[in-house]
Structures are given as structure tokens and as C-alpha cells.
Design a protein around this ligand. Sequence first.
Ligand code: GDP
Ligand code: MN
Length: 389
Amino acid sequence: MNIHEYQAKQFLKRYGIAVPEGYPAFDIKEVEEILNKHFPDGKAVLKAQIHSGGRGKAGGVLLSQNKGDALKKAASLFGKTLVTKQTGPKGKLVRKIYLEKPSQIDREMYLSLLIDTNIAKHTFVACKAGGTSIEELAESDPDAIAKVAIEPAKGLTEEEINKIASALELNDTKQIGIILSGMYEMFLKEDCTLIEINPLALCSGQLIALDAKVTLDSDALFRHPENRELQDLEEEDPQELEASRYGMNYVSLDGDIGCICNGAGLGMSTMDTIFHYGGKPANFMDTGGTITIEKAYNAFAIVSRGENVRGVIVNIFGGIARTDLIAEGLVKAMDELDYRKPVVVRMEGNRADIAHETLKNARIPVIAAENCSDAVEKMLKELDKGERR
Ligand code: GDP
Ligand code: MN
């Protein structure tokens, strides 16, 4: 689960890491109140709060010189769509701003903590040159980036602290030691999947986290009900949210074939097969184990809705799932939505004979497939026909 910078910084602060004084604002009136109360000279850093990095280069981080300037800049940020390297071409709408006390930066560094799944260890990633061009540096000079793994049984020791301090070219290990211990403790206690501080700034000898990105392990949220409240529903993909409300997993992609499968494994192999035959999936819906008629109906409604979806493949292997119920939900959805684009269905297993009968008698015809490859080939043939029309 992603959270905003201002929320991430509250975590860091709680774990003893220095961050600039700051306040979130949800409208221009709040901006004015914050300025009056905390930044009377109007000098502030105004930072768009969207779930994306690269805001600086996209005009989402602004410095104000006086109150009038701050209000003008805040007004320009609210309602603006920021297109960053991470948002994709559609960008993200700015609904919240974070106002911070400006810092005089002497040097910007990069520091993050994540799990290196190759070695199954918590790993710090550090670079003496951080800031907005870290991605370019990582590509042009990968050796400039140090990776320091933590032995789980030992925890963070002096040895690692020294290694990271030297990678960051910091002579004094005391301050960085406090930051590293805070990050490590926070990662474990809050069940994080990432803590990224970029830049970690040196300001008159003090190390300050000027930016922060924290992601929390969604599967561990049951241990932290208070952290669940940090989720900003406005930042989430509406289709993914809707699917999760029905207990299904939806992922939106950039191709043109919608996919409904039961089980992530079957979903992955269906997508692989689509790619293998030269197609591209537009999304995929993993309906999970037990499927009701209503669930199948909604799976189809969500998957087929996307503008770029030119056809839908349904690939179901019924074990626990009853294919007859899925077929019924599917036919009902196609009927009510009057869906006329090609739908190819492969259904095997639990009550498949009844399912096939239901599909055969549907008002809007579906194309039956024998197996996954057959389904993909039939879909691509249909899409080709559409192209030639
Ligand atoms: P990002 O582009 O989304 O990663 O946003 P950041 O919070 O990292 O800000 C981008 C850049 O803005 C930083 O690398 C800094 O160079 C600059 N910046 C952020 N806060 C301050 C500040 O308080 N003072 C100054 N002078 N620059 C800042
Ligand atoms: Mn940053």
C-alpha cells in the first residue's frame, strides 16, 4: 500500500529521523491558515501530494518567497494534473499539498531500505549523489550505488553503519547511525516493503530527510489497523478498488484484450499465451476461488469497461469454482450490457457441461475455446477481422 510523503514523514519522525517542519493542506483556505500560523514570512516549500515520485522535474515542488507568492503557487498546484516519469501519460491530479519549512541544502544523497528478494535480506541502498537524477545515475554509473545487506539474525551492526557512511562520504557515523537504526526498526515494526529517502540532505551539518516514500505490506495490514486508515482511496485505480470490494484482484495493463481467470497462476499463463501469439492484455481479473453469479457478473462488467478493451478472454478451470455459476453471471452481464465485442470462453472442470449449455443458449453469442492457446488464437482472429472491417 502506498502512502503520501507527509504521512511517510510522520512515520520517520516517530522513529527518530529528522524531517522538516511541515503541514498538509487540502484546500487554499487551509494553506492560508498554515501560512499565517507557521510561515508568517510566506517562505515555504509547496509539495504536491500524489502517489508518485519525479514531482520536482514535473513542477510539483515549488518554493515561495512571500505569502502572496505562496497562495498563488498553491492555487496553481490544486487541481493540476502532474505528469511525471512514474505516472504514465495520464498523470495524477493534485488534491493535497504539503507545506514545509525550506532547507538550505549543501548536498543531496540517496538512501533506501528494501528487501532484496534474491538474497532474502533487508538491504540498504545508498548513493552519495541523490536527488532528482538518481535514476539516470543508476543507469550510467551503477557502481556509484552501494548495496548493504543486513544479516537477519544479527540485525543492523556497526559494520554496516560504517559501510553506508563511507558510501555516502559521511565522516561522522553518529547521525547516519540514528537514521539507519530508525529505518530498520520502522521497516520491521510497521511491516514496510520500502522506505526511500531521496534526497537525504546535508543542511549545515545536519542530516534531514527532505523527501520520503514509504510503502506498507498490504498483506500485513491486519496487524496495523491504524495504518490501513492511511490509504488514500482517491489515489487508487477505481477499477482495482471496485474489484477488491468483491474480493477479486484486478490489474490494469496497456494492451487491448481483457482477461478473466480464476487464480493468479492461470491469469499469468493466459497473459503469457496472449503475448506468445503477439497480442497484448488490457487487464486481468483474478476472480479467486469461490465465485457467485454476482461476482462473475461484476468481473465481466469491470474488465469489459475499459475503452481500450477490444475483446474479452475468459479462462476458467473449475475446481472449487462452479463454472455453471460463472457462465450464468457472464451471460447475464453480456446481455444487460448488450456487449457486442468478441468474447472467447474456455471453461473446464466443475459442472462445465452445464456451463457450456448456458453459453450456447445465450442471446449474445460467445466463442467457445478448447484450451488456452485456442482461446487466444480465436480472439486474435476476431480482432484481425475487426481491423479489416
Ligand atoms: P520528487 O521530485 O518527487 O522526488 O520530490 P522531492 O521532494 O525529492 O523534491 C525534489 C527536489 O526539490 C529535491 O531534490 C530538492 O533539490 C528540491 N527541494 C525539496 N525541498 C527543498 C527545500 O526545502 N529547499 C530547497 N532548496 N530545495 C528543496
Ligand atoms: Mn525525491
